[in-house]
Design a protein. Sequence first.
Length: 137
Amino acid sequence: MNGTRERGKLALLDWLAGEGCGTKVSREGRRTVIVATRGNQRRVLRWSTRGSGDFQMSATDHGRLGREDHFWAFVDLTGHDPEVHIVAEDDVRVFLETIFVAARARTGGRRVINNDSAHQRINTRELGVLLSQSRMW
C-alpha cells in the first residue's frame, strides 16, 4: 500500500489529467514537483496531502517569492473522492508565515514540543481562509 504522500501525488496527477494537463514528475533541487502543461501554460506544483487530521507543512520550506508559475496543491484524501485545491506559492508563503508567527505568539515564542521546529499545521478552517484570499490555479 502506498503512503499518504504517494496517494496524494497519484490523486493530483489524476486531477490534472482530468483538467486536460500533460504532466511530468520532476526534481527541483531536493524537491519532487509535478510540471503540468496545458497549451502554452506551464505550472510547477508541490503538494501537501491529508489522509486524516490536518495538512502539515514546514513554515520555512515553501519556495521563493515571485515565481508566478509555481503553485501548491492541497490534496484531501479524507472523503470518498479526493479533493484538490491549488494555490499560488507566494500566497502560501505569506499565509504560512502569518500563522507560524501567530502560533509562536500564542505559546510565548516557543514551539509546543520542539522549539527549533518549523513544522506548521493547516487545519480545514485555515485552508478555507487561504483559499478565499489567494490567486488560484
